[in-house]
Design a protein around this ligand. Sequence first.
Ligand code: ATP
Ligand code: MG
Length: 481
Amino acid sequence: MDSSIEKIDIDKHLELVIETAVNITKAKAGSLLLLNPKTEKLFFKIATGEGAKKIKKFEIELGQGIAGTVAKTGKSILSGDVSKDKNWNKTISEAIGYRTHSIACVPMKIKNRIIGVVEIIDKTDNSVLDENNLEILSHFADLAAKSIEDVQNAQVIQQENEALKEKLSDKHQIIGNNKDFILVINQAKKVAKSKASTMILGESGTGKELIAALIHNEGSRKNREMVIINCAALPDTLLEAELFGYEKGAYTGAIQRKIGKFELANKSTIFLDEIAEMKPEMQAKMLRVLQEGVFSRIGGNTSIKVDVRIISATNKNIIEEIEKGNFREDLYFRLNVVQLKLPPLRERKDDIALLSDYFIEKYAHEMDYALPVKISKDALEKMTVYTWPGNIRELANAIERALVMGSGKEIVPEDLPIKSINKKRTSLEFGLTLKDAIRKFKEEFISLNLINTSNNKTKAAKIMGIQRTYLSRLIAKYDLK
Ligand SMILES: Nc1ncnc2c1ncn2[C@@H]1O[C@H](COP(=O)(O)OP(=O)(O)OP(=O)(O)O)[C@@H](O)[C@H]1O
Ligand SMILES: [Mg+2]
């Protein structure tokens, strides 16, 4: 935390408080001492007057001298002649070569806890400090204590804020170095600067919500919270009420006005998750709102205009849903001004080690593991050949389980709740002709590439370095699916 600015401000402020106290009481010098609760010693925070520089080196035990006694008892001391005061300790006076005559010293308290003392020494006209001066001084002591309390409170709030921010940024940490994945991240960062409606596609657990949060947090709306609604979670009528709100009495049970998510998302972002699950009637209403830019609460007739950025997501094949007549094409065009497509994990296997390390550290930290947990070579191998239908979420769960059930030192293949996929080319065996062996190898090699590209022939062909048409021919020839 950077508290240097506050530190300068509070020091200056306290100095001003002491100087003013000194001036008003016409004293020769004044100082403010703070109690270090750990060492139980007072140190000079502020000192004015002749010996100010020298005096700052001294520390005073609790109960020692006049200041120490005030700090210990919490009671003010006024002494017209210190040489006659039993509490007086002349060490400091002598050390700095200044002879003190009279002194007024009052405690500083925060909520009845003593945090230090304020004192003034001698009058400029050589008269004696009196009750009146003591009273004035106690007001300044209160003022100083209040300022210190404010700074302490501000520091606590700031620390809480930092912690919260850290927590949030941790929640939204995005891990990945894969080329295709980075491309999507960069697109997301770019679109964040605009208000363009964005649709995020990707299989379950690929990080769609994470990307939505990234778009929101990298844009100008980041100071407001992103509003999330899952379109699959609610039946139509409830979804409408949730999105647009309702007026009191709109239906039985509507005992008071409800503000909908669209209104809540004003000047912010709404994330329409699982958009493909939205029913046709709701899609029609949604389209109208997007076209006209206004809506009304259910049962109300005032038009409400909001400024909302829209991000939607689905793990369905949305084009297929349109073709099947399940999703309106016109709504799709409105939502899909920019489209981001997240690759499944099996197409970014080069990120598996990185992601594993990240989740190991994350969960080990949550579980308070003392030692660093490693992942064995075999376990990583098992993870790399696996196809991860549940994507990153499944990987995170697998790591978490491995940490809970494993030895706590090293993750081994048995700790991972995933199917073993035998990578050995078992079909290549002794006794085959070269022609048959080549055929078997080709079949397996092509299958491997198709599985890892979700049957994307263009991609698979590119990876294998062959023409797409040639790949299609091979697939037909070997009767591969
Ligand atoms: N690149 C990543 N780095 C770190 N964590 C990730 C990454 N991608 C996803 N995750 C984590 O994996 C989990 C699933 O991600 P998220 O909820 O964003 O996926 P989704 O695509 O919305 O899934 P679904 O379609 O099931 O709703 C979350 O806990 C998320 O934090
Ligand atoms: Mg999601």
